[in-house]
Design a protein around this ligand. Structure first.
Ligand code: NAP
Length: 409
């Protein structure tokens, strides 16, 4: 084991151990449940909302405010401690609260955090939340682009050791960049997670960019959602022609906020005749069993023999690994991916799965687009940190018309 530990890792481990000893005299690296008997908040303590048990219904027991949680500590030289001033909620937070994806996300976290004991490891209590905007408080010794006091924004992946519904987070420098100068702290939390997901789907997986997207015809399924509304705005800055689907009551909202060229009610009967064919179809609609969101639906709108792509954000991978375990679940997912790819080849199409992934270069590009007012934050609710259960209730009701953001400070 020691033979694969290099010098940098050894230095990091020493750093972690010394910091660990200051903050956690005993026990493994994880958050400490509040000491309600003393209720004392020290300099090493912070407030955070934590999930205490996986459950389909969130209540005071499963989701609670811990006013005496230990501040996280920097574990690697590329990490930074950030005072979180705003956050948001995304559908993945609600899904994770009922245990969605835990088989794979737990393993992914263990492989990124080499200090964690894999046998006794338990992510609970878990802090949810992906987006953040806040101020840098401390930097690891390999962080050169940022300094204490910088205002940054970003998003943490679901397999990161902790989430952002918390007064402090430790983030890697690849998770963030300087926040846009023209956006308020609270509004900034509406963009990073959905923005980077849309970027991964359209650019990294879909192959579109500002040079080749001009005059391409793109269909976005779910234009009223967080990812969909960002994707439309990004495509419009790249010069693409964008058609989108949404509920009838959301059409005005979508057209006025995103600049979509055409917006169609997803319940209308003449959808097929009306839409025509596209170079790329992105499924950014909510997870569900809609007939029209299965790959066959997206694929039939693709132009034949033009390398057109169907990119979907709703993939079976996490469900499969939860249901059948890591090995069989991953194998089943690989089989489905191969089957979909082979079927789509018949007409010269491809079917692709996309996932949120941290991408600091993309985040910097998004920052510039926001600063040029090409992309705006679309917000429905601003909720204070003490009212986070209201944010989860709003998320659970669905049919959102803009993001729900959380004011922490
Ligand atoms: N793979 C990844 O890494 C990743 C990352 C982020 C998000 N996602 C997934 O991507 C989806 C979108 O995320 P989001 O944050 O944008 O969610 P969101 O804000 O809840 O938006 C989802 C939108 O889909 C719309 N919708 C529902 N059924 C539809 C249909 N049949 N046709 C067209 N639109 C429909 C909803 O509109 P109505 O409410 O009016 O029906 C809603 O506006 C979610 O399923 C999410 O879990 C995946």
């Amino acid at each position: 084991m020691l033979s694969i530990v290099n010098k940098t890792m050894l230095a990091n481990i020493k750093h972690i151990v010394s910091r660990h000893q200051q903050c956690w005299p005993t026990g493994p690296l994880r958050y400490v449940v509040s000491d309600t008997a003393t209720n004392s908040v020290t300099e090493s303590a912070m407030n955070c909302w934590q999930l205490n048990a996986y459950s389909k219904t969130l209540n005071d027991t499963t989701l609670s405010l811990n006013i005496n949680c230990h501040k996280p500590i920097i574990q690697k030289p590329t990490e930074m401690l950030v005072r979180v001033m705003s956050s948001s909620v995304n559908p993945i937070d609600l899904a994770m609260s009922s245990g969605y994806g835990r088989s794979l996300l737990d393993v992914l976290q263990m492989t990124t955090d080499y200090g964690v004991d894999a046998i006794t490891y338990d992510r609970l209590p878990l802090i949810l939340g992906r987006d953040f905007c806040g101020q840098v408080v401390e930097c690891g010794h390999q962080v050169v682009q940022y300094k204490v006091g910088d205002m940054v924004w970003g998003a943490l992946p679901p397999f990161w050791r902790s989430g952002t519904l918390s007064q402090f987070i430790v983030a890697d420098q690849s998770h963030l960049c300087l926040k846009p100068s023209n956006l308020s702290v609270i509004d900034s939390s509406a963009i990073p997670y959905v923005g980077l997901t849309a970027w991964a789907a359209l650019h990294t997986i879909g192959g579109l960019n500002q040079l080749n997207a001009r005059n391409k015809r793109v269909l976005i399924l779910g234009g009223s959602g967080g990812v969909g509304s960002f994707a439309i705005q990004l495509l419009k800055t790249w010069g693409a022609h964008v058609t989108t689907t949404c509920a009838a009551d959301a059409i005005d909202f979508v057209v006025s906020n995103t600049g979509a060229d055409e917006c169609v009610d997803y319940n209308s009967n003449d959808l097929i005749g009306y839409l025509g064919t596209f170079d790329l179809v992105l499924n950014a609609a909510s997870i569900g069993q809609h007939r029209d969101l299965k790959p066959e639906f997206g694929v039939k709108y693709l132009r034949k023999w033009k390398s057109a792509k169907y990119v979907t954000l709703s993939t079976p991978l996490l469900n499969n690994t939860d249901q059948f375990g890591l090995i069989i679940g991953s194998g089943l997912s690989a089989f489905t991916a191969i089957k979909q790819t082979m079927e789509s080849c018949i007409d010269g199409h491809s079917v692709r799965w996309a996932y949120f992934w941290p991408n600091p270069c993309a985040l910097k590009t998004i920052t510039k687009l926001v600063e040029k007012n090409h992309i705006k934050a679309i917000i429905e609710n601003k909720i204070s940190f003490s009212d986070i259960p209201l944010a989860f209730n709003r998320l659970a009701r669905g049919h959102a018309r803009g993001k729900t953001v959380i004011e922490i400070e």
